[in-house]
Design a protein around this ligand. Structure first.
Ligand code: ZN
Length: 395
């Protein structure tokens, strides 16, 4: 039992700054009150206590090739099976891959991320490697598996189904690379099996204009339209939605992860976040391939806030950006997305919820911009998750 005292808590779904103490026991927030002092006292006078971050999209496997291939085309870099990334992974030993993934997970924890939704390539073995890497680290990987058989145009429906079921017995869902690489029949099986088991079905869509145009030319529909018809639940990117796409994502209660730094790295544009927000679309922030960008969500938030203000030439509230990394992934009121929320648990700071917290020094007058603009590693006090208190610097 521990009480964190004298911090400024970003409380509730609206991240309201509240000066109070917080009692934590067995990994849960038991009480928030300025009168409480029980168990070990952890005084964090003047620090900001924020819900820890959820990274909505990573490919942690490519931690092994950070900053390789800068300037090459998308296909040359990441298209399975012959992209630079897939070749590098196939040439690396298990121990090398595990060690690089561990480094990335510690970097995430140090910068406030306790949960991340990972597109894990390499079938069952890929899943096992990530589980092994994460086994002694107090972090929650949410693993969306994938098998090379999904890309095999001659594989039978029965084999696809068998493989999908086997993967789902070992992970939290399936992450499909894209509609260009995987046939609709395969997607149908994946989505169906995910729904049956209350697991997440996810796919990359509309990452750049050419993909959308190619899809319209070949099928009369955008990638986003097709992914929604197939009933995928978590859509990644949607950097180039058509007007009707935004309506469809909203009406069908799909969850969206945008990855602004990744789009920036690949010279692809800036995702239209304000249009998503206006249409009530639940949006998360992801850092995407670790080969292109660090999995540090504070860097992602700073880039996003400023790139979006520049894109729209209007004010964007930093609190709305901080929500993308924290409470947006936690609203469990939406029954249509029960499988998503059964996997991604609540990060809202409220009594009864898990204590998954990020504590940093207050070095500016604005608690939201403090996190987005100012906090560097030396200003991080602690990350709390899975009943573990990780202290990075003196309080
Ligand atoms: Zn991705």
């Amino acid at each position: 039992m521990k009480t964190i005292t004298n911090g400024i808590i970003l409380k509730g779904y609206d991240l309201t700054p509240t000066k109070s103490n917080m009692l934590i026991d067995e990994g849960k927030i038991i009480e928030i009150s300025d009168k409480i002092y029980k168990g070990e006292i952890i005084d964090v006078s003047g620090a900001i206590i924020c819900p820890s971050f959820l990274n909505g999209h990573t490919h942690i496997g490519d931690s092994i090739i950070k900053d390789c291939g800068d300037g090459k085309s998308m296909d040359d870099l990441v298209k399975p099976p012959l992209g630079l990334k897939h070749l590098a992974l196939s040439r690396s030993s298990d121990d090398e891959i595990i060690s690089a993934m561990k480094d990335s997970m510690w970097e995430m924890l140090k910068t406030g991320t306790t949960h991340f939704i990972d597109y894990r390539e390499g079938g069952l073995k890929g899943i096992e490697l990530l589980k092994k890497a994460a086994s002694e680290i107090p972090i929650n990987p949410i693993i969306l598996g994938r098998d090379p058989i999904f890309h095999n145009n001659t594989a039978s429906a029965i084999n696809i189904r068998k493989t999908t079921i086997k993967l789902l017995e070992n992970c939290d869902g399936i992450g499909v690379s894209g509609l260009n690489e995987v046939r609709s029949e395969v997607c149908e099986i994946i989505v169906e099996e995910c729904f049956k088991r209350n697991k997440i079905s996810s796919i990359h869509v509309g990452e750049y204009l050419k993909l959308q145009e190619k899809s319209i030319k070949e099928t009369g529909k955008t990638e986003i339209e097709r992914a929604i018809e197939l009933n995928f639940q978590l859509l990644i990117h949607s950097t180039y939605p058509k007007e009707n796409d935004i309506k469809l994502i909203s009406e069908n209660n799909k969850i969206l992860t945008i990855c602004p730094r990744s789009n920036g790295t690949l010279s692809l544009g800036i995702p239209p976040f304000l249009d998503f927000k206006k249409n009530g679309i639940k949006t998360l922030l992801g850092t995407d391939n670790i080969m292109f960008n660090s999995p540090n969500l504070m860097r992602e938030m700073e880039y996003s806030l400023k790139a979006l203000r520049a894109k729209y030439k209007t004010y964007i509230n930093p609190k709305d950006i901080l929500k993308l990394s924290t409470v947006e992934g936690s609203n469990n009121l939406d029954k249509n997305n029960s499988s998503f929320y059964s996997v991604v648990n609540k990060s809202v700071i409220e009594e009864g919820n898990d204590a998954r917290l990020f504590i940093s020094k207050l070095i500016s007058k604005n608690p939201y911009l403090n996190i987005i603009n100012r906090v560097e590693n030396e200003n991080v006090i602690a990350t709390i998750n899975k009943n573990k208190f990780l202290y990075w610097n003196k309080r």
